[in-house]
Ligand binder design. Structure first.
Ligand SMILES: Cc1cc2nc3c(=O)[nH]c(=O)nc-3n(C[C@H](O)[C@H](O)[C@H](O)COP(=O)(O)O)c2cc1C
Length: 179
């Protein structure tokens, strides 16, 4: 499983959610995190000169992943540029592009009220256009994130923990469908 969060902020709720998700993957399942802020901003001239190393790494990691877990903040009703940039680089040649046929699970957290609904919708739309197989249900939209994590940013809400367990089991089953 490849996991990416759209925030590298030191006290990011989304990275905290990603960490809580990784703690829940079954033993024996390999996981790795990719930091999308390592990617340069997409630029056709850069691409024409040959993919920079982090771009090569991203494309290889997406292609090889049995599941890609994306954890997105919401910025101004959409997804953060850093995550969209990873989607964009992955959508580029060689064909088939890296997202084609890849199972993806999406979740997100915000201190706000709508749980990243708009960011998730936007991410789903982009990935659907790239023929990624985005898990439709269950969904994790964490609103009021400030109250759900403790001072060490560990998930402190039992009900959310149970939902995350179900989400990760469903994601594992979803991934198996596309093996
Ligand atoms: C530029 C910017 C725009 C934001 N827009 C939204 C928004 O549209 N909806 C929302 O729920 N939160 C919004 N927020 C608040 C973020 O949800 C909050 O900063 C969150 O903690 C970011 O995720 P992180 O904790 O993983 O870094 C915005 C924050 C920034 C910096």
């Amino acid at each position: 499983m490849l996991a990416m969060a759209g925030s590298q902020r030191r006290r990011s709720f989304n990275r905290a959610l990603l960490r809580a998700a990784l703690e829940r993957i079954p033993e024996g399942v390999e996981s790795r995190e990719f930091d999308p802020s390592r990617l340069p901003f997409y630029d056709g001239d850069l691409e024409a000169a040959g993919d920079p190393d982090p771009v090569k790494e991203l494309k290889e990691a997406v292609r090889a992943a049995d599941l890609v877990l994306l954890v997105t903040p919401e910025y101004n009703g959409g997804l953060p540029a850093v995550l969209k940039n990873a989607v964009d680089w992955g959508s580029r040649p060689p064909r088939p592009q890296a997202w084609d046929g890849r199972p993806v699970a999406i979740m997100g957290a915000t201190p706000g009220r709508l749980g990243t609904a708009l960011a998730q919708r936007s991410l789903r739309e982009s990935l659907a256009g790239l023929n990624a197989r985005v898990m439709p249900q269950p969904r994790i939209l964490l609103a009021g994130a400030g109250a759900l994590f403790d001072g060490d940013l560990r998930l402190a809400d039992e009900a959310i923990g149970q939902r995350l367990d179900k989400f990760m089991s469903a994601a594992a089953e979803w991934a198996l469908r596309f093996r």
